[in-house]
Every structure is written in structure tokens, then in C-alpha cells.
Ligand binder design. Structure first.
Ligand SMILES: *[C@@H]1O[C@H](CO)[C@@H](O)[C@H](O)[C@H]1NC(C)=O
Ligand SMILES: *[C@@H]1O[C@H](CO)[C@@H](O)[C@H](O)[C@H]1NC(C)=O
Ligand SMILES: *[C@@H]1O[C@H](CO)[C@@H](O)[C@H](O)[C@H]1NC(C)=O
Ligand SMILES: *[C@@H]1O[C@H](CO)[C@@H](O)[C@H](O)[C@H]1NC(C)=O
Length: 486
């Protein structure tokens, strides 16, 4: 059966039983990239990626069936495997053991714990080398054993076919508290960490004989104190060529409502403006190397919800719009991870939000935001390689928690060139909906099966007529709509 025969078409008109909240918001779609006074971000082929906690990485690929399919679902949209990063707190607890035949060796009192110490063998890197997308590998700096890290880096370089970069240390601003040996007897500050990063970047980069190989930075505390701008200012001509790009971590936290509110998201992303500008000023990328809704594996009442899923979507898009090249959403301990997109037995609602964002950007060359980021209503547009509008995503971040009347917002798009457009709706019963509580979201009428991540259901497009280049769409509170223009 062809895709078209399977596609059910309904009209937007019969789906808008909800009440209007206020007048329509109007966005004018530019006819071509670079026009209309908007800022345009050039797009990575796959701007949304996954970060796997270092010790849990083998388990995700060996023991979690959904991993391969969840990543493949995005590849089906974009044509490339999503980028991954392997790292996190346990990268600075890990030592390389050339003799072990295991991926990782550790013991924990409870399967929900992360190990306080672990070793990994060459097979760990062989497994990472089997992945079809780009890989960032995070190695240990905290233990101050550079020979061991160089040995691991050499295996990463030889085994990981699509190695994009190596990180030397995760969130070093917390190392004094963690008792990491490298801070012993040192007044550990952004300046001493920068000197340490520069020294390690040169020594590891030279040992593996690679330039453009280091993902530098990797702090979680907000810039400017710990940030790329201050690090770049300390870099000399020897270290600069070894650095491929800069990364920061971010966990905004808060309630479901504050998390998913569009203006809050836009404001949070602005924290990184100066850092992104500093990286781009030296011709380098800036990425969210590790991020998710709430730190420490997520918050049970926030992170698994559809509201957090809408945060995932809007946050990844706003970051990309602000020239963040890639955003890696963190996945921690298997079976103890509130913000995870998938697990062994259940899908997470955030996967749906990420999927919609991937669908907007798939195959596109540029992204812009049509809104200023100051209200609850967002509109993003993507453009193809010819510079022509490809898709628009509309987001109504008004909060609906399941009781009372669910309002709706009308979005009017001007500048359309066809007489009819199709759209897929990202929706769920409410912001608090969770897959594991029998309230899965849907995107274009489809869902992702628990345990396998296989897409199920009939792909459903709504159609909306346009006249005089203008069409109006109704988007309910806590809902998004992806409009296809080609
Ligand atoms: C996969 O699960 C099995 C059984 O629980 C366990 O013995 C094995 O260590 C796991 N493998 C990885 C790579 O985590
Ligand atoms: C750059 O700094 C490193 C120390 O991090 C030093 O070893 C190297 O000689 C310096 N290079 C130049 C060109 O100053
Ligand atoms: C992103 O970078 C492009 C240049 O590649 C620039 O034109 C645009 O203004 C930047 N966007 C923002 C929001 O600063
Ligand atoms: C996943 O599991 C939940 C809870 O058991 C169930 O309600 C849902 O229908 C299942 N399937 C999908 C596609 O979410």
C-alpha cells in the first residue's frame, strides 16, 4: 500500500470544537529565506540528538529494544541517524581497562543507582563505532589520570567510525564537591578549570594526532561565570585548532506550566546568547551537550508529562533558532529516568514533542521564529535548500491541566502560496498526560508502541483551505500543529 492510500484526511473545521481564547495571532510567512526581517539559523542535518549516561550506554543499545527504533524513526524523517553523545557524571568515575572483555564493569546496591566507580573495555568503543550517526565520547578528566584518558581516546579514535568529538570531563564546576582528585590542592575556579581544559585538549589532541576533535566546556552552571566566552578568552594558538566546538548543559526545571510556557523557554535560551556569539565569533559551533527538563534524572510529576513533551519541542526549536547547532537530550539510568524519551517497557511523552520538532526541521536548510518569544504563542518556519518555505509549526502554550474548559487560539498565517495546506496535530488529553498512565499523546493520529517504539495508527492530515494567501488554524491550549507547505 502506498503512503497516500493509508493517509486519512479530515478537515480542520470539524476538529475545532474548543472555544477561542482571544483574537487570532497573525504571522507573516516570508516567501524566501533571508527576507522579511527575520533571523535565520542554518540547520545541522539532525539538530536533535540523544545523550546517554556513560555507564548506561551499552545497556541502552544491548538491552533496551526501543533505542534502535526510536532513533530509526527520526532517521526515516531526516535521512540521517540522530547524533548521540555518551557521557555524564559517570564519565568522570570511569577508567579504561584494556584487558576487560566487558563493555562496562561495576556493581551497585540497587539497579536504580548509578555506580560510584566503574571500568570499561575496548568493546565499549566498538559498540559506539557500530552506530550510524555521529558520536561524541565523554572521557575522564576529574581523576587526573591523563595516561588512562589518552589510552581511552586512542581506542575511541580507532573504533568509533563516526566520532565527532571527545569531551574531557563533565561539569567540572562540581568537582570540588565531588572530591575529584584534579581539584586537590587547587583553588578550582573557572580560570583554573580553563587552564586545565586547555592543557588536556593539547595533550590528548596531540596524542591522538587530531585537530577539530575536542568538545570543550561541558559545564552545567549558567554562563557567563562558567561558559565558552571566558574559556575562549584563555585559549592560545596551540589549543585552538584542537577544539571542534563548545558545549553547555542545561536543566531549566520548574513546574509543568512554567517549563512549557513559550516566553519562559525563549528567556531561558537567551542565557546562552553571549556564549553562542563567542563560539561563532571564532568560527565554531555551540551545542547543548547534555540537557533535559529537570536535573537528577527528572522530576516524577513533571518530566514524563505531555507538558514536558511540548517543552522538549519548543526548547529544541528555540535553541536551534538561536544558533545552538545541536541539542542532546539526556538519558540516565535505565529504569530510573523520569525524563527519558523511552525505556524498556514504556514510551515517554517527551519523545512525541521531540518527534514533532524533528518533523519540522527534517531536510530543511534554515529555521526562523516568526514570533518574538514574548507571548504564549510560537510559530517556527523551515526553509528548503532552494530557500523556499517548507513547513510551519504553531504552538499554543496556554496551560490546560485537564479540568475546566480547554480554550483554543487561532493562528493566521499570511504569505501562503497554495490554496490548501495539510497539517498534523500534536495533542494529548492534557499537560499532565503520561503514556504510562494510559494517556499517550498522538501526532498526526499516530503513536509509538511501548517497548518497541514502532509507529502505529493511521497517519492523519488535516486540510485547511487558504484564500488570498491566508489561512487560519485553531490550536487548543497545550497543543501544537505542524503545517506542511510543500
Ligand atoms: C543486559 O541485561 C542482562 C540481564 O539482565 C545483564 O546480564 C547484562 O549485563 C546487560 N547488558 C548490558 C550491556 O547492560
Ligand atoms: C599555549 O598554552 C599551552 C599551555 O596550555 C602551552 O604549553 C603552549 O606552549 C602555549 N602555546 C603558545 C603558542 O603560546
Ligand atoms: C544565527 O546565525 C545567523 C548567521 O549564520 C545570523 O544571521 C542570525 O541572525 C543568527 N540568529 C540569531 C537569533 O542570532
Ligand atoms: C502504552 O501503555 C499505556 C499504559 O499501559 C497504554 O495506555 C497505551 O495505550 C500503550 N500504547 C501506546 C501506543 O501508548
Amino acid at each position: 500500500m502506498t503512503k497516500d492510500l493509508k493517509t486519512a484526511v479530515t478537515t480542520a473545521l470539524c476538529l475545532t470544537a474548543a472555544l477561542p481564547a482571544s483574537g487570532a495571532v497573525t504571522f507573516s510567512l516570508p516567501s524566501k529565506v533571508g527576507t522579511g526581517g527575520y533571523a535565520y539559523a542554518p540547520l545541522d542535518p539532525a539538530p536533535i540528538g540523544i545523550s546517554f549516561e556513560f555507564f548506561a550506554f551499552p545497556s541502552y543499545f544491548i538491552n533496551v529494544t526501543a533505542t534502535q527504533q526510536c532513533l530509526a524513526n527520526w532517521k526515516a524523517l531526516t535521512g540521517v541517524w540522530p547524533p548521540i553523545r555518551i557521557g555524564g557524571t559517570t564519565q568522570d568515575r570511569a577508567q579504561y581497562d584494556a584487558k576487560t572483555s566487558a563493555y562496562v564493569v561495576y556493581s551497585v546496591a540497587d539497579a536504580k543507582d548509578a555506580p560510584s566507580v566503574l571500568t570499561f573495555g575496548p568493546k565499549f568503543m566498538t559498540l559506539a563505532g557500530m552506530y550510524g550517526g555521529s558520536v561524541v565520547v565523554g572521557l575522564n578528566r576529574g581523576k587526573n589520570n591523563i595516561d588512562n584518558t589518552i589510552a581511552a581516546a586512542k581506542v575511541a579514535v580507532s573504533e568509533v567510525k563516526h566520532l565527532l568529538a571527545i569531551e574531557l570531563g563533565n561539569e567540572p564546576e562540581y568537582w570540588v564537591k565531588d572530591g575529584q582528585p584534579i581539584t586537590s590542592g587547587v583553588n578550582w575556579t573557572p580560570a583554573t578549570d580553563a587552564a586545565s581544559q586547555n592543557n588536556w585538549n593539547i595533550r590528548v589532541g596531540s596524542a591522538v594526532d587530531r585537530t577539530n576533535i575536542i568538545q570543550a566546556g561541558n559545564w552545567n552552571d549558567a554562563p557567563p561565570k562558567w561558559g565558552a566566552a571566558q574559556l575562549i578568552a584563555t585559549e592560545n594558538a596551540t589549543v585552538k585548532p584542537h577544539v571542534r566546538h563548545y558545549a553547555h548543559h542545561n536543566y531549566p526545571g520548574g513546574s509543568i506550566q512554567s517549563l512549557m510556557t513559550h516566553s519562559t523557554i525563549a528567556k531561558n535560551i537567551h542565557t546562552f546568547d553571549a556564549d553562542i556569539a563567542a563560539a561563532r565569533g571564532v568560527g565554531k559551533e555551540y551545542v547543548f551537550g547534555e540537557t533535559n527538563s529537570v536535573s537528577g534524572g527528572g522530576a516524577a510529576r513533571v518530566s514524563p508529562t505531555f507538558g514536558a513533551g511540548l517543552w522538549t519541542m519548543d526548547y529544541a526549536l528555540r535553541a536551534t533558532y538561536n544558533n545552538m547547532s545541536r541539542t542532546y537530550f539526556h538519558h540516565g539510568t535505565v529504569g530510573n529516568c523520569q525524563y527519558c524519551f523511552w525505556g524498556r517497557y514504556s514510551m515517554g511523552a517527551p519523545y512525541y514533542g521531540a518527534y514533532a520538532a524533528v518533523a519540522l526541521m527534517a531536510g530543511a536548510s534554515h529555521l526562523t521564529a516568526l514570533d518574538s518569544g514574548s507571548t504564549n504563542y510560537a510559530a517556527y518556519a523551515t526553509f528548503d535548500s532552494r530557500g523556499l518555505p517548507l513547513r510551519v509549526l504553531l504552538y499554543n502554550s496556554d496551560y490546560f491541566a485537564g479540568s475546566g474548559t480547554r480554550t483554543a487560539q487561532s493562528f493566521t498565517l499570511t504569505g501562503l502560496t497554495s490554496s490548501m495546506v495539510r497539517a498534523k496535530r500534536l495533542t494529548a488529553a492534557s499537560a499532565t498526560s503520561r503514556v504510562d498512565q494510559a494517556s499517550p499523546p498522538s501526532f498526526g493520529g499516530q503513536q509509538f508502541d511501548n517497548g518497541s517504539c514502532a509507529i502505529s495508527g493511521t497517519e492523519t492530515f488535516e486540510t485547511t483551505p487558504a484564500s488570498g494567501g491566508q489561512a487560519t488554524f485553531s490550536v487548543k491550549a497545550t497543543e501544537a500543529l505542524l503545517v506542511y507547505l510543500q
